[in-house]
Design a protein around this ligand. Sequence first.
Ligand code: FAD
Ligand code: SF4
Ligand code: SF4
Length: 477
Amino acid sequence: MANDPMLKFVTVPRDMPEKRAPDLRNQDFHEIYAEYADAKAREQASRCSQCGVPYCQTHCPLHNNIPDWLRLTAEGRLQEAYELSQATNTFPEICGRICPQDRLCEGNCVIEQSGHGTVTIGSVEKYITDTAWEQGWVKPVAPMADRAESVGIIGAGPGGLAAADVLRRAGVQVTVYDRYDRGGGLMTYGIPGFKLEKDVVMRRIDQLEQGGVEMKLDCNVGEDISFGAIRGKHDAVIIATGVYKSRELQGPGAGATGIVRAIDYLTASNRLSFGDTVPEIDSGELNASGKRVVVIGGGDTAMDCVRTAIRQGATSVKCLYRRDRANMPGSQREVNNAEEEGVIFEWLSAPKGFLGDPVTAVKVQQMRLGAPDATGRQSPEEIEGAVYDEPADLVIKALGFEAEDLPGLWDQPELAVTRWGTIKAEYTTGRTEMDSVYAVGDIVRGASLVVWAIRDGRDTAAAVLEDLSATAAMAAE
Ligand code: FAD
Ligand code: SF4
Ligand code: SF4
């Protein structure tokens, strides 16, 4: 035991990688956390108490073997740590950066519960895989043998790509169709570079392509090719299209110029980071530079919008949310980051209407929290007469996303959906009610997380392989 590198949580304090100073980081779109130095990663991994029942692992949607890769890191056996971490996760370095660890693995770490501060699992996971990339340990997928069957995947977000990875490793022919000009889904065009730099996503897509995954980009299924044609080309189809219908604002003036959707705003900013020409940025339509910006919403999308606006050079950025800080859906870590960068939060505030066209102000209704509803959550109630005008030149709506009407758009009435418009699919296999059609990620769960989309993609790929093998066995009889 004397030489055991682990269980150092009593003597070694928790230490996150260094964060860039707010007045430096708010000038650019680079990630805000530095990488651990090797000694620091080993030291932080050594804090793990190697629980017999690791709650971190239970609460990781991928059930990553966290205690083992922490031990291997502490012992300096980084390549083995990488092999183990990538065995359950298609994109460990991405999850290490953007999982809300405080709600998942780290929030359930026993040493956090005992008051010592959680093991910094996400930062170590990122360190392991970034090192693997630097050292050339990450190789293109190389199947033992090719199989004849082909699978078409609609959507190149984390759900679709995780499925592509597992299927291609098994030798299946995989084609991924996406309506955008780059793969990655919301990892590419939703999540800003200060949380996830774009080359981190692009190198993964290159790796998949080098392993034989065919990417058909600029291909909008339903417009450029029909769903039926894709079904006709492949032995199985996985729908991984995410959810993109923005929830809209109500109230007088809600249609004014200068009131924009979060997804359009973030996509434009991400395109600019790639060096693309973005007319809506040049014209000012989706550009916060020199403007008073009001963002409406309290989730992670709202946090990404406020922090993007700061970086674009807004003169002021305010976030309106109808509940209080304790009841917001977004991560507290991101709220803290936003506040450090100069964002002002107006809690218990809801838009009641908008003045001007182009917009000049938001009519803000002040709220209070009333009695808890059936879910135990306190509902916001208006405070009578408590309304004021908040000046604004750009208003960004970040109220969440819903599923598009896929059965209608694709003329597939037999594609069964739930009452929320998400596709009805079996929980662990992704099987839908259509033969050889599966669905994964947000289009099944509703707006969720990258790590859950990866989990769905991997589980569904396993079910597809099972079904393809069963079909092949029947054909051979
Ligand atoms: P998507 O990532 O949405 O990918 C779907 C793909 O399908 C897209 O590329 C789209 O172009 C394509 N597609 C759609 N329709 C068609 C069609 N008809 N034909 C062809 N292609 C089509 N999660 C986290 O874990 N951490 C975060 O920090 C985080 N931040 C977020 C910030 C923002 C602004 C947003 C919007 C979401 C964030 N999320 C975050 C959620 C996360 O990005 C999603 O849960 C995840 O990307 C869902 O993956 P997916 O594969 O299901 O769909
Ligand atoms: Fe934690 Fe996410 Fe990594 Fe799982 S994938 S260990 S939840 S950071
Ligand atoms: Fe280590 Fe924390 Fe997981 Fe226990 S819960 S194995 S201490 S990371």
